[in-house]
Design a protein around this ligand. Structure first.
Ligand code: HEM
Length: 138
C-alpha cells in the first residue's frame, strides 16, 4: 500500500506542475502584442506540449487514488469531500484544454488579469485537499 501511495503522491505532484504552469502560460499568451506572431507560436507550442504531458498524469493520479480507496478499504467523509474537489480539478483541467483551443484559433477575449486569478484556483484546492487527506477531519 505504501508503494501505491508513493506513486499516487508522485502522480499528484507531477499533475499539479501542469495545473500550476499551464494557466501561467495563458497569462503570458493574453499579454502577447498582436504583432508578435513568433512569441505567440512559441507559447502555444509550449502550452500544447504541456497539456499533452499533464493529461495522462492527471488520469494516473485519479487511478492510483481510486485504487487506494477501493483496494485498501479507506472510507470517511473526507474521502467523499476530497473526491468531489478532485472532480473539480478534472473539470478545471478540461477547461484548460478548451482555453488552449480558443488561443489557437485566436478567439481568446479574456485578459491576463483574469488568467492570474484563474491560475490561483488549483493552489487553493490543493491546500483544502491536503487538509482533508492528512487530517481526515470528518
Ligand atoms: C479520485 C481521486 C483521488 C482519490 C480517490 C484519492 C484517494 C486517496 C487515498 C485513499 C489515500 C490514502 C490516505 C491515507 O493513507 O491516509 C490518498 C493519499 C493521498 N492523496 Fe489522494 N486521492 C485522489 C486524488 C488526489 C489528488 C488530486 C491529490 C492532491 C490534490 C491527492 C493527494 C493525496 C495525498 C497528499 C495523499 C497522502 C496522504 C497521507 O499520506 O497522509 N489525492 N489519496
Amino acid at each position: 500500500m505504501l508503494v501505491l501511495k508513493t506513486l499516487h503522491i508522485w502522480m499528484v505532484i507531477s499533475w499539479f506542475a501542469g495545473l500550476f504552469y499551464l494557466p501561467r502560460i495563458y497569462v503570458n499568451l493574453a499579454m502577447v502584442p498582436a504583432d508578435s506572431a513568433a512569441e505567440r507560436e512559441r507559447l502555444l507550442l509550449m502550452a500544447g506540449k504541456l497539456y499533452k504531458f499533464m493529461t495522462p498524469l492527471g488520469i494516473l493520479a485519479v487511478i492510483t487514488g481510486l485504487w487506494l480507496w477501493f483496494g485498501y478499504g479507506f472510507h470517511g467523509g473526507w474521502l467523499h469531500a476530497k473526491t468531489t474537489l478532485v472532480a473539480g480539478l478534472a473539470a478545471y483541467h478540461w477547461h484548460c484544454g478548451r482555453l488552449l483551443g480558443e488561443f489557437r484559433s485566436g478567439r481568446n477575449r479574456r485578459s491576463h488579469v483574469w488568467f492570474r486569478f484563474y491560475n490561483e484556483l488549483p493552489v487553493v484546492v490543493l491546500l483544502i485537499v491536503l487538509f482533508l487527506v492528512v487530517l481526515k477531519p470528518f
